[in-house]
Design a protein around this ligand. Structure first.
Ligand code: ATP
Ligand code: MG
Length: 218
């Protein structure tokens, strides 16, 4: 059983390249709806010699840090960035489970990410380590057939309480206000010389402007 005194921790992974209001609004609505004690942003590492992210680790970490400042339940954990090799979610969750043996852990994924779950490393183990919280994204529906449909049938719940009363093992699907923003579109817009203002906090725009991390390289 989870400790009754400490509420669940949400874990929000992503490349955050850059972080935008789609991420922040989703995190905030889940924080409130699920009564989480903490929402931990977990930026994925940029593996050396591989073009997985555009901005480097320090810039992405800084953008997340300034974006979440002022919301005490929002925290950032850079453990995946500090790892040399690829970081698999299942390994990150195993580390967190080791650090927080009884705490309810809620891994947040968008519906698009959830649909790709069967491709994740050791995906069958994820629910032993954490709950899964699936945020609806525009245009996506929950599967009813196949491996994911079966998993939802077995582990799905619509009761927030169950995320508090056990440490792992449930899947909760939650509709969030749908903001059609993606990091890819934000980068394209900047690349085209346009201003990303109001798609993300001003302080994030400032970092993008000052570092030129998405500027055209030619
Ligand atoms: P990209 O365009 O590079 O894929 P992205 O905007 O999807 O970037 P990610 O860092 O890949 O951002 O996303 C991290 C997590 O946030 C994922 O689980 C993704 O599904 C979710 N997410 C991204 N954008 C939104 C949005 N606008 N609303 C809700 N969730 C989002
Ligand atoms: Mg994405």
């Amino acid at each position: 059983m989870a400790s009754p005194t400490v509420g669940p921790m949400g874990i929000f992974g992503g490349t955050f390249d850059p972080i935008h209001y789609g991420h922040l609004r989703t995190a905030f609505e889940l924080l409130q709806a699920l009564e989480l004690a903490e929402m931990r942003f977990m930026p994925a590492g940029h593996p050396p010699h591989r073009e997985v992210t555009v901005a480097e680790n320090p810039q992405r970490l800084e953008m997340v840090s300034v974006a979440i400042a002022g919301q005490p339940e929002f925290t950032v954990d850079d453990r995946e960035m500090r790892k040399a090799g690829p970081s698999f979610t299942v390994e990150t969750l195993a580390e967190l489970r080791h650090e927080f043996p009884r705490r309810a852990l809620c891994l947040v994924v968008g519906m698009d990410a959830f649909l790709g779950l069967p491709k994740w490393h050791r995906w069958h183990e994820l629910l032993e380590l954490a709950h899964l919280v699936v945020a609806h994204r525009p245009g996506w529906r929950a599967p009813t057939t196949g491996a994911l449909g079966e998993m939802l049938e077995e582990h799905g719940t619509d009761r927030v309480r169950e995320l508090h009363d056990s440490a792992a093992g449930r899947i909760y699907i939650h509709a969030v206000t749908q903001l059609e923003i993606s990091s890819t579109e934000v980068r394209n817009l900047i690349h085209a010389g346009r201003d990303p203002r109001y798609l993300m906090p001003d302080r994030v725009c400032r970092i993008i402007h000052d570092t030129g991390c998405y500027a055209r390289k030619d």
